[in-house]
Design a binder for this molecule. Structure first.
Ligand code: APR
Length: 250
């Protein structure tokens, strides 16, 4: 079973990390971007760019509030819980994610680096006052679009839009340089500079496992490719590790 190969690589690593993309959240009902039903198959990525936000904040929020609504009903799925468990078992040190849904933290992962920010928080573009996204969504639903701060500034989600620098990339690259194994889960690995994370692990002598439903742009650097669903594979890994630990202690 493929799980055993992942377990063998996890148990023989001392500094493993996970790197996740939208594919880990599709089982939670959040569409990915480039899969068969991906968001960018229906909408232009332009809608998620800083240029568009500046040109047409109302149109931006019409698109973004659609995405945000789906977020508040989404719950972590077995893949998120499995990564949180691997961190608890000391088998992964951090989750570096491209996702903005906050589901890793909801599932119990503690050391999470959100390269693309979070859709759960908003801030004023003028005075930087922070707002909960639930409150902003309510105001938009009542017709306040674009949502404005008490200072008059326009409010935006605390996410990295196309054309903006990503968050915490230097910290993430430092972690990648020191990692001897990266578990890539649910990413096409097509977006720079996030896709430098698995590349850096490889370049610094680490191993790369890719768990993805389809081919990715970095399959050529993988030491192991699992072409399967994250919510199937990761729970199997955790269950098998726990069984092995049980047998050893009995
Ligand atoms: N299990 C495993 N893989 C899956 C699953 C699943 N249940 N569901 C989807 N996938 C795979 C898809 O086949 C696809 O290859 O996950 C991958 C997701 O790739 P993308 O949709 O490109 O998402 P991601 O790699 O996270 O995109 C990176 O692009 O648009 C920007 O900011 C956005 O953070 C995002 C970035």
């Amino acid at each position: 079973m493929e799980c055993n190969k992942i377990i063998e690589m996890l148990l023989t690593s001392v500094n493993a990390i996970a790197f996740t993309g939208a594919g880990i959240s599709t089982a939670s009902g959040i569409p990915d971007f480039r899969g068969p039903n991906g968001l960018w198959k229906k909408y232009s990525p332009e809608l998620a760019s800083i240029e568009y936000f500046k040109k047409d904040p109302k149109g931006f929020w019409e698109f973004y509030s659609l995405r945000m609504r789906g977020l508040f009903t989404a719950k972590p799925n077995p893949a998120h819980y499995a990564l949180a468990k691997l961190e608890k078992l000391g088998l992964i040190k951090a989750v570096i994610t491209q996702n903005i849904d906050g589901l890793h933290q909801m599932a119990g992962s503690k050391n999470v680096i959100e390269l693309h920010g979070t859709m759960r928080r908003c801030y004023c573009t003028n005075c930087f006052k922070e707002y909960k996204s639930e409150e902003i969504l309510e105001r938009i639903d009542k017709g306040e679009n674009p949502p404005k701060c008490s200072c008059g500034g326009i409010i935006r989600p605390d996410v990295v839009l196309f054309g903006e620098p990503v968050y915490r990339i230097h910290e993430a690259l430092e972690i990648a340089r020191e990692s001897d194994l990266v578990l890539v889960v649910g990413s096409s690995l097509s977006v720079y500079p996030a896709n430098l994370i698995p590349l850096t692990v490889k370049e610094y002598g680490g191993r790369v496992i890719i768990i993805n439903a389809e081919e990715t742009e970095m399959d050529h650097i993988a030491d192991l490719i699992i072409r399967d669903k994250a919510e199937v594979v990761l729970p199997c890994v955790v269950e098998e590790i726990e069984n092995q630990t049980l047998h050893r202690s009995s």
